[in-house]
Write a protein that binds this ligand. Structure first.
Ligand SMILES: [Zn+2]
Length: 128
């Protein structure tokens, strides 16, 4: 994966993250204050923005944020884009569709099978 793709996927992840946060922050007037801060505090604001109101998110959203953060960490440490199970590179199309995925298509299907035990019933079925 070249630097350009990496940057693109990173932006996708950040967008996804912000979308989840923004959705929750609609009722928060803090949001406005955050965007009005000066450039010097930009970094701080960004941090606050990224942390957002984690506690207010529901479980699924928290999971999504965690997955996104994980992927962002992997980008930072240059370990992004390979499957955590088989260590093979994850195809770019899959990363574009699911930038926070940790598994390649093959391993994801395997994991899904395992999760689909009757009675366990997670609403969204875990791995997408
Ligand atoms: Zn794999």
């Amino acid at each position: 994966m070249d630097a350009y793709d990496m940057e693109r996927l990173k932006n996708l992840l950040l967008e996804q993250r912000q979308e989840i946060c923004r959705y929750r922050q609609d009722l928060e007037s803090d949001w406005q204050a955050l965007s009005e801060r000066d450039a010097e505090k930009e970094e701080e604001a960004q941090k606050a923005d990224l942390t957002c109101l984690f506690e207010q998110l529901d479980n699924r959203e928290q999971e999504e944020i965690k997955e996104i953060d994980r992927a962002l960490t992997k980008i930072a440490t240059a370990t992004y884009g390979s499957c955590e199970q088989c260590r093979k590179p994850i195809p770019l199309e899959r990363l574009e569709a699911l930038p926070s995925t940790r598994l390649c298509g093959v391993c994801a299907r395997e994991a899904e099978k395992e999760q689909r035990r009757p009675g366990v019933g997670t609403e969204r079925g875990g791995v997408r």
